[in-house]
Every structure is written in C-alpha cells, then in structure tokens.
Write a protein that binds this ligand. Structure first.
Ligand code: NAD
Ligand code: UDP
Length: 312
C-alpha cells in the first residue's frame, strides 16, 4: 500500500482521483483549503480508515510522510482564479515550492496538474508539447497561466538539480459531476442555464473551440502517468482530441436537456483562446492512454448530476 498525498483533493478532479485511488486500496491524505473544493465531495470516503482529510493551504509548508504526491491545488475556473489573482499565483508557485520540498525530503514521486493554458492563445494547432505557447504575461489570465508555467519550471529544475522523480500533465478542458454550479466554466454554466430554462450565455459568436475530456478518462491518464517509467517526466498533454465549437456545445446541451432556453451572445472575455485541441500522440505512445467517453455520453452523466443537485 502506498501513502498518497493529493492536494486540492476535495475539488472537482481531485475528488474523483481520491475515489479511484481508494478503490485501488491506497492510503490517501487529501488536503484542501476549500476555496473551490467541498468536504461534501469526499464525504463518502471518510468512513474508510485509509482516507484522511486535512484543511491545509499549500502556500504554507507541510510536514507529512508520503510516497507519491498529486499536486492539484489551484482554482481552475477563470471566474475563480481571477477572483484573487495574487493568491492564484501564490498557490501555483509557493504551492509548487512547498510540495517539491516535501517530495525532496520524503523522496516521493510528484505529479503536477499543469494546464493547456501554458499554451495561451495558441498559434500552433493542434497543440503539441514542444510548442512553447503564446501567453500574455500581464493580462487577466496571466495569474493562472504564468503561475502554472512557473510551476513547470520549478518541477524541471528540482528534477535536474535534485534528481527528483517528476511527472507533468498538461490537462485540457475537463468536465463531469462535482463541477460547481456557479463555477463559471462553460459546461457547468450551460447545463445549469439549460436546466433552469435561462438564457445560454455564449461569449462572442461561439466559434471559439475547446476539446472536452470526461473526468474519468482524465483520472485514468493521471494514474497512468504517475505509474509510468521514471525516465518519462512529460510534460504530456492529457485531453480529448475531439474539437467542438462553443456554439455546438450549447446546441448539444439544449438537445440533451430538451431545454427551451435561448442562446444569447455576450462580449468575449479578454485573451480568451480562439482554438484549443490537444495532440495526444505522446500520451498514446508513452502511456497507452486515450479518452474513451464520447461527449454526449459524458454530458448525459453531467446533466444527471446537475439535475439531482438542482432538485435538492
Ligand atoms: P477545482 O477548483 O475544483 O479544484 C481545485 C482544488 O484546489 C479545490 O478543491 C480548491 O479548494 C483547492 N485549492 C485551491 N487553492 C488551494 C490552496 N492554496 N491550498 C489548498 N487547496 C487549494 O478545479 P479542478 O478542475 O478540479 O482542477 C484541479 C487541478 O487541475 C487544478 O490544478 C487545475 O489547474 C488543473 N486543471 C484543470 C482543468 C479542468 O478543465 N478542470 C484543466 C487544466 C488544468
Ligand atoms: N464560455 C461561454 N459562455 C459561458 C462560459 C464560457 O461562451 O457561460 C466560453 C469561454 O469564453 C471560452 C469557453 O467557453 O471561450 C471555455 O470557457 P471555460 O471558462 O470553460 O474554460 P477556458 O476558457 O479556461 O478554456
């Protein structure tokens, strides 16, 4: 049995990861400051003696014993990471330094939840890991994008300087149950609006694209990456390569929810990437990983979750 630390473990992706690793009989220490995470997300795991939940902010050092660290702590939705941008950068950068320090002391393997946002508004399509990105360093998304880029730098410097075992996943848009209804991300926004019969708010014309990965697929990828040979560090793209316009996403959600909602157009936020699709050749080759859940199937499961939530 391994002792596994998951930072941001009470969040959307973190709670699914906790659940999956608990099913593999691992010992989990889940830490979270509950900024966007909820104790409720992991409440069903609390009765298991292998699971421990602790309130902790990763911007402060942590002294525990661990064999593996998944570093997920960081708000992921633009609305939430722009709420307190200075704290967002601190979470990414100080959080990485603290968790890397812990990994160095305990000789633990450490995985960073990085992001497709390191590519910014990409002028290379689809995005390959060798592309260095097009990020505005002073815009409203920079606290997140540059924070995550600096965290990647720290991971590779700890690897080169201290021989630390690292894994870096560049996660593309992921969706599924346990997203927050007021999260501001497109899938949760559209589903909640459709279920409430409210207008569906498309920013811009809806021609911008994203590629949506169901959370179970993503979690499989993270676990495969952690288990990959020591020589494979990444950064590796993890995401679904099927590209969808935001307008197509809105239309699918209206159809699946049988909603009477109307689409309205609102101004496009600053620095909103125009196109995003992962090239996942590296993950296929090195991790034998690719997503298996189709968009409609994943949306159905997510709609089911929000229906229950809204009926409570
Ligand atoms: P989320 O907001 O649901 O989860 C983040 C978790 O981190 C929350 O539980 C939050 O309370 C916690 N947290 C935030 N700041 C913290 C701090 N200082 N100390 C301790 N805990 C803190 O978001 P998510 O979608 O589950 O994302 C998880 C990770 O994956 C994030 O690092 C995010 O950047 C990355 N990621 C997610 C996506 C996506 O589409 N969901 C895409 C790319 C990268
Ligand atoms: N978006 C939208 N309406 C919404 C929320 C988001 O049109 O109510 C758009 C947003 O402008 C972006 C895309 O959907 O082009 C994805 O946004 P999200 O915040 O989910 O993620 P990110 O921009 O970080 O990929």
């Amino acid at each position: 049995m391994k002792r596994i630390l998951i930072t941001g473990g009470a969040g959307f992706i973190g709670s699914h990861l906790c659940e999956r690793l608990m099913a593999e009989n691992q010992e989990i220490l889940c830490i979270d400051n509950y900024f966007t995470g909820r104790r409720h997300n992991v409440a069903h795991l609390m009765n298991d003696s292998g699971f421990e939940l602790m309130r902790h902010d990763v911007t402060f050092p942590l002294y525990v014993e661990t064999d593996e660290i998944y570093n997920l702590a960081c708000p992921a939705s633009p609305v939430h990471y722009q709420f307190d941008p200075v704290q967002t950068t601190k979470t990414s950068v100080h959080g990485a330094i603290n968790m890397l320090g812990l990994a160095k002391r305990t000789k633990a393997k450490i995985l960073q939840a990085s992001t497709s946002e390191v590519y910014g508004d990409p002028d290379c399509h689809p995005q390959v890991e060798g592309y260095n990105g097009n990020v505005n360093p002073i815009g409203p998304r920079a606290c997140y994008d540059e924070g995550k880029r600096c965290a990647e730098t720290l991971f590779f410097d700890y690897h080169r300087q201290h021989n630390l075992g690292i894994k870096v996943a560049r996660i593309f848009n992921t969706y599924g149950p346990r997203m927050l209804p007021n999260d501001g991300r497109v899938v949760s926004n559209f589903i909640v609006q459709a279920l409430k019969g409210e207008n569906i708010t498309i920013y811009g014309e809806g021609s911008q694209t994203r590629s949506f990965c169901y959370v179970d697929d993503l979690v499989n990828g993270l676990i495969k990456l952690m288990g990959s040979p020591e020589s494979f560090t990444g950064p590796v793209n993890l995401g679904n390569p099927v590209e969808t316009t935001i307008l197509e996403l809105a239309e699918s959600i209206i159809k699946l929810t049988k909603s009477s909602s109307k689409i309205v157009n609102q101004p496009m936020p600053q620095d909103d990437p125009v196109r995003r699709r992962p090239d996942i050749s590296m993950a296929k080759k090195n991790l034998a990983w690719q997503p298996t859940v189709q968009l409609d199937e994943g949306l159905d499961k997510t709609i089911h979750f929000f229906k229950l939530l809204l009926s409570q």
